[in-house]
Design a protein around this ligand. Sequence first.
Ligand code: AHG
Ligand code: MN
Ligand code: MN
Length: 335
Amino acid sequence: MSEVTVTEHLLLHQKRSPHATGQFTGLLHDLILSGKSISRRVNKAGLLDILGGTGVVNVQGENVQKMDEIANTVLMYRMERCGALCAMGSEENAELVRVSPEFPRGDYILIFDPLDGSSNIDVNINIGTIFSILRRQPGSTGEVTLEEVLQPGTQQVAAGYILYGPSTMLVFSTGQGVHGFTLDPGVGEFLLSHPDIRIPERGKIYSVNEGYWEYWDTPARECVSHFRSTKNAWGQSYSLRYVGSLVADFHRTLLYGGIYMYPPDIRKPEGKLRLMCEGAPLAFLAEQAGGKAIDGYTRILERKPDQLHARVPLFIGSAQDVDDVARIYAAHKKP
Ligand code: AHG
Ligand code: MN
Ligand code: MN
């Protein structure tokens, strides 16, 4: 593995970027620090009585796990003090959180899913933090409004995730390709392990919660049938893999290729995944790696959220696999 640290990589890359400001590098630095801190806690979760639920149901109607709350608190505390942000949006907070006037503020907006894969926390399966960084119009003053935050994914300045698995990895893009780093726990540094990740043009794996078949509409079923059948581009069935942590399923898709799908269903007509803290950041990474992400009909990055917690159907992965899905949806009338 290379000895290039994430800080070194950022400094080299940022020189060529329009966001070559100390503020932006500082933001990423503090985000990485938060990730390391969450990683430490995740590694020790089984020993510290921090597994299980809190008994609280969040704004998404989901049971909040103790680790969800810990990760959210770590990120909120650290990032409010980083000096680069004016506001934060978290899956675990119903409202937009504006940076308190007692801290220095900047132009950037951070949206995050503090811990993705909640249902896997207690069983020692990969989970992760997903983040999206936006910027308010330079020169804007006063309290940031929600409307300023509700930007389509095309406006993202950077996006990425930290995956807590057999090893902790940071994968992100500032719009110049996707780069992966692995945490060396001995020195506490993320080292460049996966430079310039490119997603294969077509994969051999599909990933979806197939248990929901009965709840899907016709195009969703046709997509899954297509990848299972022997009449697809390979002439043989794809393999099925489904971790149930989006961040882990996406990470595999990014490296091995294939497609991840979370279609709408009769219980969740807008889909389950959140546009701003899950769909948009992962779509940014997919496209930066040469892949694609759509909601069936439209590019995820062009969807403008109508609320902070807007949901979206997601089909993401290898370009040609996503094209197959687009063709199937195009043959059906958009509802
Ligand atoms: P979160 O843990 O942040 O609430 O997200 C859970 C999401 C995502 O990680 C995963 O892919 C999906 O929920 C799994 O949903 P199903 O159990 O419906 O398949
Ligand atoms: Mn999630
Ligand atoms: Mn979550």
